[in-house]
Design a protein around this ligand. Sequence first.
Ligand code: NAD
Length: 284
Amino acid sequence: MLLIDGKKISTDIKDELKVRVEELKSKGIEITLAVIQVGNDPASSVYVGNKKKACAYIGINSLAYELEESTTQEELLELIAKLNADSKVNGILVQLPLPSHINEKSIINAIDPMKDVDGFHPVSVGNLSIGQPGFLSCTPAGIVQLLKRSGVEIAGKECVVIGRSNIVGKPISLLMLRENATVTIAHSKTKDLKEVAKRADILIVAVGKPMFINSEYVKEGAVVIDVGIHRKEDGKLCGDVDFEDVKEHVSAITPVPGGVGPMTIAMLMKNCVDSIEIAEANNA
Ligand code: NAD
């Protein structure tokens, strides 16, 4: 059984990006990411801190906007408009979730699609669905890298995705289709989930329920990607997959932690670096 090492793969990607950033700098091109946080939710502060650290490691400039919880939607939209107009800013990231008085959809839609490094703007999602150059949603893009860099062949394989959220299930299904897998999307209304899941050569689980998937859902020799992250009562992390029960039956699997998790920030960094080429392709 191959343990897919997200920590190592994400570090490799960041090291490759570091080289690309140095090359861009030698041509006089700097990359700048603006990170906006509204309020001080502790989990969001950790994520934002990790994003800033990754920027520093790779050589991307980061501009941090730490706004009061009481910031109005208009004020946030004004800041986004200012950053959209600033040619020195390549990427704009608004840390979610936002306080309940701010409409997330309006905020995401206000970001210039050419600076949408989270890949959540409808233009980015549209580009993904028709195979145009654009920003890919970070966690799904990370999953494809995990598979490719672990030597898992995707083309022609049966891929079952469990979950259809806009941030994981739907975009990873589109990406696996783009990689020529035969894709099935299962969700809360799917009948005979065990039978459907057992078709999978590659089973991607983004169901949001701790240790939901056990060996009864997994075909012998399948590759299992576990997107879930949950904190158990004993303080340890676990995924949507019952790792101990499944591990003897799979050919490869991502652990939690250390699987999909570390890939998200690495792919955000990749989107920042790719922003130069994406803008060029869209202006052509
Ligand atoms: P979500 O709650 O938005 O979506 C869950 C999906 O699972 C839904 O589409 C639903 O139809 C499906 N589902 C729910 N119950 C089901 C059932 N009984 N049978 C079949 N399908 C069922 O969750 P999400 O945002 O897609 O996240 C999924 C998991 O991934 C969560 O644990 C989340 O914390 C984690 N996550 C991790 C990262 C990362 O960076 N590693 C990023 C995003 C999400």
